[in-house]
Design a protein around this ligand. Structure first.
Ligand code: LRH
Ligand code: MN
Length: 381
């Protein structure tokens, strides 16, 4: 039973995790980094080849802009992966200094909306059913702009995008407490995202980026609540010690990831309709290996969460047995699930240890030797 549930796990890797990334202080370029979306997808296919549970790759526009998106999707299919969520980018153009869809100038708003609608065209071309919307929009000083009017502008743009979506398509609205804005962000928290999505309808859901909350936020509560409302569209998984650090999911707080996956399972969200996406930057560590490790971290947290004795937990909870109930959850969390996952991989025809198998494959040495010259991919358009 648990193996069956783990076998059908689907984790989406982000194209930008394979490119160079860093902080405002430094972007450390790495050998073998892709120069174009085709090479990014080839690297993502490696993660699926060794884990068996990462069959789609999210694109970011214009970082993954190509002349022929059908051809890019064909290339992906030939490598055994599919195109996942299309990520819009209205945070890198000079015109968006004071906002994109919330900008005071209607021309700038129209430009931003045109980009969002272009992303839906790319969904049509690649067969993707999910648009992920994150807005860096916000202000840095009190009084800089009118909070209420910006919400009106945001709602107008979201309604126009919603209108454009096909019947099988949806958008996921992402929230973030701060950065790059440092006084007010127009979609700062789950409540704001939820309220906008609720007004629009079933094709609008919320995405929970695990790095986008104030320190101390109980993220699994947000997950449980959004699931109850049918508004949890998915996750941008990563981990952090301080702010939006975009570290490997489960690396900074594996217990939090376990608690989140437990609420996903308990809330009926462990289905194809929940997009389990990674959103990470491997600033100093090898990127493909970092993605493989991240996928394994999600598998381990999921396996532990699936092991929770739900009946014993419910009985202890009903009886008000505080320590008993907590112990049921901790028993699952403290279970070493690595042998179970190794066994499952062998049953899936894979090597039991994906990290060792990838290292042994020599793929990194090959791309490091081949990918010489050209412009390495990064966060530049
Ligand atoms: C914003 C964010 C968003 C992406 C970007 C790569 O911090 O989480 O999901 O567009 O990272
Ligand atoms: Mn994100």
């Amino acid at each position: 039973m648990i193996k069956e549930q783990l076998r059908r796990q689907r984790i989406e890797t982000p194209s930008w995790a394979y490119g160079n990334s860093g902080t405002r202080f430094k972007v450390f370029a790495q050998r073998g980094v892709p120069r174009d979306p085709y090479e990014k997808i080839a690297d993502a296919a490696q993660v699926h080849a060794f884990t068996g549970v990462a069959p789609t790759v999210a694109l970011h526009i214009p970082w993954d802009k190509v002349d022929d998106y059908e051809d890019l999707a064909r290339h992906a299919a030939e490598l055994g992966v599919g195109i996942g969520a299309i990520n819009s980018n209205v945070f890198q153009d000079d015109d968006y200094k004071l906002g994109s869809v919330t900008h005071p100038d209607p021309e700038v708003r129209a430009k931003a909306l045109a980009h969002l609608l272009e992303c839906v065209d790319i969904m049509d071309a690649t067969g993707s059913d999910t648009l992920k919307l994150w807005f860096s929009d916000g202000t840095n000083y009190p009084g800089q702009d009118d909070v209420r009017e910006r919400q009106d502008r945001l709602a107008e743009a979201l309604a126009a995008v919603y209108e454009r979506l096909g019947d099988e398509q949806r958008f996921l609205l992402e929230y973030k407490l701060f950065e790059p804005a440092f006084y007010m962000t127009d979609v700062p928290d789950w409540g704001t995202a939820y309220a906008h999505c609720l007004k629009l309808g079933p094709k609008a859901q919320v995405v929970v980026d695990t790095g986008h909350h104030a320190p101390g936020t109980n993220i699994e509560f947000i997950v449980a609540f959004l699931l109850r409302e049918g508004k949890l569209g998915g996750f941008d998984f990563n981990s952090r010690f301080y702010a939006d650090d975009d570290l490997m999911v489960g690396a900074a707080d594996p217990f939090q990831l376990f608690r989140i996956m437990y609420e996903v399972i308990r809330g009926g969200g462990y289905t194809e309709r929940t997009a389990f996406m990674l959103d990470q930057c491997h600033n100093i560590e090898p990127k493909i290996a970092g993605q493989i490790r991240s996928v394994m971290n999600v598998q381990e947290a999921t396996a532990k969460a699936l092991l929770v004795d739900r009946e014993a937990l419910a009985a202890a909870q009903r009886a008000g047995d505080v320590l008993g109930a907590n112990a049921v959850l901790m028993d699952a969390y403290n279970t070493d699930v690595r042998p179970l996952l190794a066994e499952l991989r062998e049953e899936m025809g894979l090597e039991p240890d994906p990290m060792a198998a990838y290292a042994k494959s020599g793929y990194f040495e090959t791309i490091a030797a081949e990918r010489v010259g050209g412009d390495q991919a990064g966060w530049g358009a």
